[in-house]
Design a protein around this ligand. Sequence first.
Ligand code: PBG
Length: 332
Amino acid sequence: MRQNLAPFPATRLRRTRRSASIRALCQENTLSVNDLIWPMFVVEGSGVRQPVASMPGVERLSIDLLVDAAREAADLGIPAICIFPYTDPALKTDCCREAWSADNLSNRAIAAVKNAVPEVAVMTDIALDPYNAQGHDGIVKDGVILNDETVDALVKMALAQANAGADILGPSDMMDGRIGAMRAALESEGHKDVAILSYSAKYASAFYGPFRDAVGASGALKGDKKTYQMNPANSDEAMRLVERDLTEGADMVMVKPGLPYLDICRRVKTEFGVPTYAYQVSGEYAMIMAATDNGWIDGDAVMLESLMAFRRAGCDGVLTYFAPRVARALNG
Ligand code: PBG
């Protein structure tokens, strides 16, 4: 790959940076609205709009307003949205049964969006944390997160979301064996065309703090998620997880968080060559917004630069709370 450069002055690398037109010709990567997945938070009620304090500009929306936002996504050319529910604490139990209820908030939201704006792809989140009295992504017994019992629950959750009309399922739970179990159930239950975008390399990260506020999970969580989410010190392990999920039937894979893990994104893209996504998570969003709101950085410029960095690292797309703002900036 590496070419031998002619010595200076035959080579003057500034020649290709000399003017806007030459820079445009030599640009290696691009960012477009096609690269965006817009995560949204849904809450019960109608006409409800609740700001999330730690995520300036992000609101929880009742289903009617969520549908309006999905319409906005379509108008802006954003191909997909991802729906996260704020669950009534009274519905959180140890068995997490609300997770696979056909008419839970998330499934009603999926159906409403697919009914009103069918051209927008709807992605979901599959993990038990919104429904778990203990705040964990899996079923907890005596302080231990049970793998196989959780997978059974996640399969029911996946089928309920597919029945509601979801296009892309996003297992974010980090249990072992869940992709294969979901893929088999989708095949046998008539959902062979539903895609799985696996949160394959999801780290036990401190960058998820504002999200847990947004979905009302911060108070509930007992302990941490380190027995299932990855150690931020590891990279080879991410490759094993991606390979495992692909062999079990994942169509697309994700690295999460985003910017601090671009090395992982690049390895995934280079080593597997599959559709690769990153999640620019709530803490990343909050940091950029906090500095922007203080006048310390140029928010739009940093936002666009951060998203281009994902593209340069090999990502085909990014889940980002900036999605509508990026789309507006790109559409001029
Ligand atoms: C749920 C889930 C989380 C996020 C996405 N899905 C939180 C967590 O794992 O604790 C975080 C997203 C963000 O921070 O923006 N399993």
